[in-house]
Design a protein around this ligand. Sequence first.
Ligand code: ZN
Length: 85
Amino acid sequence: MIKFFTFIILAYVTYKLFTRSNKNSEVEAKSSDPSNNPVELVKDPTCGTFVERTTNFKVKYYDNIYYFCSEDCRQKFIEKIKSEG
Ligand SMILES: [Zn+2]
């Protein structure tokens, strides 16, 4: 009879450990989700708005990359650097 109880307790502890480790791995997966990370903001040099670095409106000029809120701002910047030579 004691053996039977020992088996029940062991089974219960094993079950608890198993479910707990499952929960932990779930939390880890959530915390490592890249969508939770804040996106780095950069300043649009044309209008001064802060835009996400992932934007498609960008210009590489010499060694710098400039980011813009819109195609309009991007074009204005290109015209400006062209007119400045
Ligand atoms: Zn802009």
